[in-house]
Design a protein around this ligand. Structure first.
Ligand code: CMC
Length: 402
């Protein structure tokens, strides 16, 4: 118990008028004595968008049901609007998305002129930031403006990725086709071919899996930026930067290296033992939250990969993946995360590894935007403290005396 007199003393020391704020600060200070490394397990806010309790639910719907029965457009609508769309609402949403897919010529020129060595993920981050300059409401942060920006970005990001991909290969740009589904159009923009129903559905299912995940690192980044009163493009640009890292979304690009380094299922056990002995982290395994239970996205996508595999090479990769999974469980009790099967799925669809994380961005724009909107609706600046570990106060010595 903290006596009233102590609260009054603390209030004076911290220059705080309200006792409730004093108590909140006391609780924070006590908690800070043992800060969890990486904020592990810390509840840092509230959300009605998604939860990792009991698997993964988006607005109350189990991810497995969404993957098997919904389309990415329905899920994006669900995240942004809170409810599943009716037929009519979905048709309107798709029409608005198709209209929003227009990208200013100056951005296409920028994507063409960025040096060739710039990776697709970096080019995408730059292009999203630059898009803000051409937006009709660049600095407005009210609900209607942010929702409009979110929908525009959702339509534009696939165009950005496809444009960079094709421009750097000297290929003609493909126009968006409003008659195609979100995933079908994305495939067409990238490949210039009419997508098969199988590829379209598999890509759509991967996007649903990537659409949102509670307070993951990039989403939290977006919320922090939004909490300062900044705009949606700034929040999403920062989130792209956070997602790029190999411990987060960037891991999906590294998964293929792991799979291809093991050329037969029989070599998986030794490969894993060696990696663990060298304290090497294998991309596609482990998760901050899904530790004592499987990542439900990895489970459902593993089945989808098996359904998709047709060639000998694809079947072989499935077998190698299963052998690595078994060894990781045996030697380190680590399970695969979403990126483990998704890398195989994207390879089966014919994508280069450097496109894997940009594809993650396409899907997560819906989740990030929903979180930015939620943050803006009930905002308080996110501004935590740190447990100071530096030197105690000391006397400053002027330069001439040092
Ligand atoms: N391979 C080998 N060992 C691992 C791995 C891994 N992928 N992940 C964790 N470990 C080990 C870690 O070295 C530690 O071992 P020890 O106790 O012997 O020191 C133990 O497992 C516990 O790890 P941790 O540091 O407490 O785990 P964390 O919660 O900080 O890390 C993680 C979570 C995702 C960063 C980590 O599992 C990792 O680096 N995985 C590889 C990268 C990856 O696949 N990231 C994608 C995550 S899911 C998609 C997304 O949302 O971004």
């Amino acid at each position: 118990m903290i006596a009233d007199v102590e609260v009054a003393t603390l209030a004076r020391a911290w220059g705080i008028a309200k006792p409730t704020h004093v108590l909140a600060n006391v609780a924070t200070t006590i908690a800070m004595k043992k800060p969890a490394a990486g904020l592990d397990g810390l509840i840092v806010g509230e959300t009605a968008i998604s939860t990792l309790d009991h698997g993964l639910h988006l607005r109350g719907f189990a991810i497995e049901d969404l993957v098997r029965q919904a389309t990415y457009s329905e899920v994006a609508y669900l995240l942004l609007h809170g409810e599943l769309p009716t037929h009519e609402q979905l048709a309107d949403f798709r029409a608005i998305l198709a209209e929003a897919a227009e990208v200013p010529p100056a951005i296409l020129q920028l994507l063409e002129e960025l040096p060739l060595h710039v990776a697709p993920m970096d080019a995408l981050r730059t292009a999203i930031s630059a898009l803000a300059h051409f937006d009709e409401q660049p600095n407005e942060t009210d609900d209607t403006a942010s929702l409009g920006k979110a929908i525009r970005l959702l339509g534009q990001v696939p165009v950005l990725i496809a444009a960079r991909q094709r421009l750097t290969r000297g290929l003609e740009l493909i126009d968006s086709d409003p008659e195609l589904s979100f995933a079908g159009n994305l495939l067409s923009l990238l490949t210039g071919r009419v997508p098969t129903a199988r590829d379209e559905r598999a890509l759509d299912q991967s996007l649903i899996c990537y659409a949102d995940l509670e307070f993951n690192t990039s989403t939290f980044t977006a919320r922090i930026v939004a909490s300062t009163g900044s705009d949606l493009h700034s929040a999403v640009t920062a989130a792209v930067g956070a997602l790029k890292g190999p411990l987060h979304g960037g891991a999906n690009e590294d998964v293929l290296d792991v799979l291809l380094a093991v050329d037969s299922p029989a070599r998986a056990d030794k490969f894993v033992r060696d990696a663990i002995a060298k304290k090497r982290r294998l991309a596609g395994f482990g998760h901050r939250v899904y530790r004592d239970r499987p990542d439900p996205r990895a489970v459902v996508l593993k089945d989808i990969c098996r359904e998709l595999a047709t060639t000998d090479e694809q079947h072989r990769l499935e077998e190698i993946a299963a052998a690595i999974e078994a060894a990781m469980w045996l030697h380190k009790q680590l399970r695969p995360n979403v990126d483990w099967p998704i890398a195989r799925l994207y390879r089966m669809l014919g994508f280069d590894a450097e496109l894997f994380t940009p594809l993650f961005v396409i899907a997560r724009v819906a989740g990030w935007s929903a979180h930015v909107l939620e943050q803006q609706r009930d905002n308080r600046l996110i501004a935590p403290r740190a447990n100071y570990t530096g030197p105690p106060p000391r006397t400053f010595v002027p330069l001439r005396e040092r």
